[in-house]
Design a protein around this ligand. Structure first.
Ligand code: GLA
Length: 402
């Protein structure tokens, strides 16, 4: 047992020491991204309106401080000097003007490019232009770059070598300008970025594109459940942009989606039309007690599964991932517990303290429910809660009693 613990602890130390600390985002990035809801139907009015609404609705104050433009902001060809060209129909006032507007409101600004010959939507890619493009993004006032991996087959090299190009470019531009870009990437060739991403980037996608349906959310979470050891301060597994407010996701599913992304310490980038979000959906995204765990500056490790529930522990099941997850919160006297009900019916939950590596079997804990915002009592040995609706989530903070 001790040797298992030693391996676990040393693995975590190794991974956090291994992360690329470029001074940006010790905790996961939060904000907005255009892609999930708008794809290529973007323009400067949308960005301006979204930013104003996010500020008015309290998203900025809650920590959502990036406004990120995804694919389709640019033209298919570079100009005569080799520079990327902003689409003048979509952004007639120019991107510099737009980032100044965003900064004036208190936001940071993000932009998208691709490692290959073209972006996924077919616009000019950055292959062999990384330095020019990183310099342009800094000149235009951007703070964040998302680098995609479509149409990059013509560049041979290992994955770390391919993505290192943007690590080098952003580092060199920082030496020239003093400005560092947050570097997030999407890798499409082998989906193992967590094993080599930490030393070269701030965050890395772990799976295929998200969709606004429950099956895709459970598939991504199943993948994340096995790779929590690779995410920590300064470098985060990216489960993809949020789908809250999109498609057919019920409120229970939106709660579970947000809870799972926040507690696995994924970036939290809202991907919907802010102007049509219901108040219930807004309240989910603004839950301060859940955001506090995502943005915990004392504990960088994500929650990890300790008990699969219906399936035997360790089961790979994209439709029915691990149900019981735990991790420390703020310090080792506070433990966050997450439960998600993947069943199609209402169920009760229960587990023994001895099962979680983040609880002590012989201690009593005062328990708070972070979705009901209620203290629910002091428990010892085991915990029980009743009537968890289908596809809904519960989060509790267990505070050790001395
Ligand atoms: C890929 C990425 C998405 C989005 C699109 C844009 O599919 O995974 O997040 O950036 O490209 O074309």
């Amino acid at each position: 047992m001790h040797s298992v613990l030693f391996v676990l602890v040393s693995t975590c130390l190794l991974h956090s020491a291994n992360a690329w600390n470029n001074g940006l985002q010790k905790t996961p990035a939060m904000g907005f991204n255009t892609w999930n809801r708008f794809q290529c139907n973007i323009d400067e009015d949308l960005i301006r309106q979204t930013a104003v609404q996010m500020k008015d609705l309290g998203f900025l104050d809650a920590g959502y401080d990036f406004i990120n433009i995804d694919d389709c902001w640019l033209l298919k060809d570079r100009d005569a000097s080799g520079s990327l060209v902003t689409d003048p129909d979509k952004f007639p006032s120019g991107l510099k003007n737009l980032t100044e507007f965003l900064h004036g409101l208190g936001f940071k600004a993000g932009i998208y490019e691709d490692l290959g010959l073209t972006t996924c939507a077919g616009f000019a890619g950055s292959l062999n232009h990384e330095l020019t493009d990183a310099r342009l993004f800094v000149d235009l006032g951007f703070d964040y770059a998302k680098i995609d991996d479509c149409n990059s087959g013509s560049f041979s090299g290992t994955n770390p070598e391919r993505f290192q190009r943007w690590t080098d470019a952003t580092t060199q531009i920082q030496q020239e300008t003093g400005k560092m870009l947050f570097y997030s990437f999407v890798e499409w060739q082998s989906f193992d970025a967590w094993t080599w991403g930490p030393p070269i980037a701030n965050s890395w996608r772990i799976y295929d594109d998200i969709q606004p349906n429950w099956g895709r959310i459970t598939a991504i979470l199943n993948n994340a459940s096995f790779i929590g050891d690779f995410s920590n301060f300064w470098g985060h597994n990216d489960l993809d942009m949020l789908e809250n407010g999109n498609g057919e996701l019920t409120l229970a599913e939106q709660r579970s989606h947000f809870t799972a992304w926040a507690l696995t310490k994924s970036p939290l980038l809202i991907g919907t039309d802010i102007s049509s979000l219901s108040q219930d959906s807004i309240d989910i995204l603004l839950n301060p007690e859940i955001i506090a765990i995502n943005q915990d500056t004392q504990i960088g490790e994500p929650l990890k599964p300790f008990f699969w529930g219906k399936n035997p522990d360790g089961t790979w099941d994209p439709m029915f991932p691990a149900q019981y997850w735990s991790g420390f919160s703020q310090d080792k006297q506070h433990t966050a517990i997450m439960y998600i009900n993947f069943n199609d019916r209402t169920v009760d939950l229960n587990f023994t303290f001895a099962h979680s590596p983040h609880l002590q079997a012989d201690k009593k804990y005062a328990i708070r429910d972070l979705w009901k915002h209620e203290d629910i009592g002091v428990f010892s040995d085991f915990f029980f809660d009743g009537s968890i609706p289908s596809h809904d989530a519960r989060v509790y903070i267990f505070t050790e009693q001395t």
